[in-house]
Ligand binder design. Structure first.
Ligand code: UDP
Length: 311
């Protein structure tokens, strides 16, 4: 019997790559998305495979016919620009949507995986970030809608695990990039790529000394599937420990696209984390996972995709 996986947020960047890889590995996939930030163009190539799509907002009751083996809860606005524009839907999908997705997993006796985020660490005072770090989050700042929704989602997930015995997993995803990111989603890599490909100014926020660690999508998906198949219930960081400044990634993208763009500096958004790098000891030892795609390799593939999208 083929295993059946439900993915909420299946038409998004990560959700669509997860769906495709799980189909490649012999799973049946049921994708759900309300298409608020997702796009059917990301999943149209899956139409003739063992894939079905339900347009639905998972803050409402989720009905799925037949058995389900895994529920992967990926639905959420995830770029700072999106969640600033959609603060209440972001809070609702993290809270009510996680409750509905957990309810589905419980009803079907399915395993549950929560897409959590490095944002649960906020603007971290501990560096690099281990899973044991509780974070430094401003609950009432503009990013609080995402950070606190995901922190609530983690608490809800652990409650279903402890109280209802659901086999739950929590992946804390660090900055990830690759094909199918939206050109205008506002995150650093798509913003810099679309600006560089148009030879427009590349907008670095702040002085560009803040750091991030960028993971290529295929590495992330591999880590998520390892976690999904593991016996771990505590949160696990998945991210590439190569840390760089935002100025450095901007320069790298300008160079690799052969662009004539100049860097311009814009104000740093409120509560923008100053540094971010995952400690991946747990992923290494418990999942035998580590990233294999070098930044330059991943950027080449992503630039290829953006060249087809940017005009
Ligand atoms: N950033 C930037 N220019 C942009 C978009 C983002 O300098 O056009 C910066 C942003 O302020 C942050 C970093 O790049 O310091 C990564 O931002 P992103 O939105 O990709 O995700 P975050 O890690 O902040 O969630």
């Amino acid at each position: 019997m083929k295993k059946r996986v439900v993915i909420t947020g299946a038409a998004g960047f990560i959700g669509s790559h997860l769906a495709e890889t799980l189909l490649d590995r012999g799973y049946t996939v049921i994708g759900i998305d309300n298409l608020r930030t997702g796009d059917t163009a990301n999943i149209s190539h899956l139409a003739n495979r063992d894939f079905s799509f339900i347009k639905h907002d998972v803050t409402n009751y989720i009905y799925i016919d037949g058995p389900v083996d895994f529920v992967l809860h990926w639905a959420s606005p995830a770029s700072p620009i999106d969640y600033l524009e959609l603060p209440i839907p972001t809070l609702k999908v993290g809270a009510l949507g996680t409750h509905k997705a957990l309810g589905l997993a419980k009803a079907k006796a399915a395993r549950f995986v929560l897409a959590s985020t490095s944002e649960v660490y906020g603007d971290p005072l501990e560096h690099p970030q281990k899973e044991t770090y509780w974070g430094h989050v401003n609950p009432v700042g503009p990013r609080g809608v995402y950070d606190e929704a995901k922190r609530f989602a983690e608490a809800m997930t652990m409650a279903y695990h402890r109280y209802h015995g659901v086999d739950t997993k929590i992946v804390r995803i660090f900055n990830t990039y690759g094909p199918r990111m939206r050109v205008n989603d506002g995150r650093a890599v798509p913003a810099f790529m679309s600006q560089a490909l148009r030879n427009e100014d590349v907008t670095v926020f702040g002085d560009g000394t803040q750091t991030r660690s960028f993971t290529y999508i295929t590495d992330l998906v591999d880590g998520i599937i390892r976690l999904m198949l593991s016996s771990e219930n505590d949160p696990i960081n998945i991210g590439n420990p190569r840390e760089m400044t935002i100025a450095e990634i901007a320069d790298t993208i300008i160079r690799m696209t052969g662009s004539t763009s100049q860097v311009v500096y814009k104000p740093l958004p409120t509560d923008d984390p100053k540094q971010r790098r995952p400690d991946i000891t747990r992923a290494r030892t418990l999942l035998q996972w580590e990233p294999t795609v070098a930044l330059e390799q991943g950027l080449v593939k992503t630039i290829e995709y953006f060249r087809t999208k940017v005009r």
